[in-house]
Design a protein around this ligand. Sequence first.
Ligand code: C5P
Length: 213
Amino acid sequence: MKSPLVLVTAGPTREKIDPIRFISNYSTGMFGYKIAEEARDRGCRVVLVTGPVSIEPPSGVKTIQVESAIEMQKAVKTWSNKADYIFMAAAVSDWRAADPARAKIKKIGRKMSLELKENPDILKTLGKRKTYRLVGFALETENLIGNAAKKLKNKGLDIIVANRLTKNANLFGDNKIDVLIMDRYGGRDIYKGLSKGRLSKIILDKAFSFNIK
Ligand code: C5P
């Protein structure tokens, strides 16, 4: 029997404004990379679809580098058909420039505005027709439990891993964080001050404890 195929997304996406500028976020990719490494260490076949980050791609993992949400969506679509477990740890930009300029945009000496268009919600699309276990991540600034519960249901997830952005916690990089993990069967656990490596083990244990399909 083949070992399970695990698909992981990680890092931010970059959405071009013009050839030299982009919209993005502070994601370092650390959480997704730790999950990919943990799945590899458990003997899974792992595909990591990653936005631009400064950490090294893990060895023994098929790494696909993408830039924008649209590119990430394409790579995810290709691999999701074959996946048994999907972990969507990427911080996908919710918007992209409606009309990215082909040449560098010049200063015009007055106020400037940028029209944005919504990106596809990759995770939500994956939740619609599932032949895999699906895990989503959420970073919230308020109402952690309410928002996590809503996303778990609306996006058709098996598990959601949520944390709150607080003033003194830097959630990006390899810091210890507090998370809430909820699952579709009513399970709800809170973990405090754990590294992303340790949390990856907990998240994989939980996802793997559910049967596929
Ligand atoms: O709705 P929100 O962006 O908070 O949801 C976060 C989850 O959804 C993450 O798992 C993220 O990878 C995924 N997501 C996505 N496509 C988007 C936005 C978020 O797959 N356009």
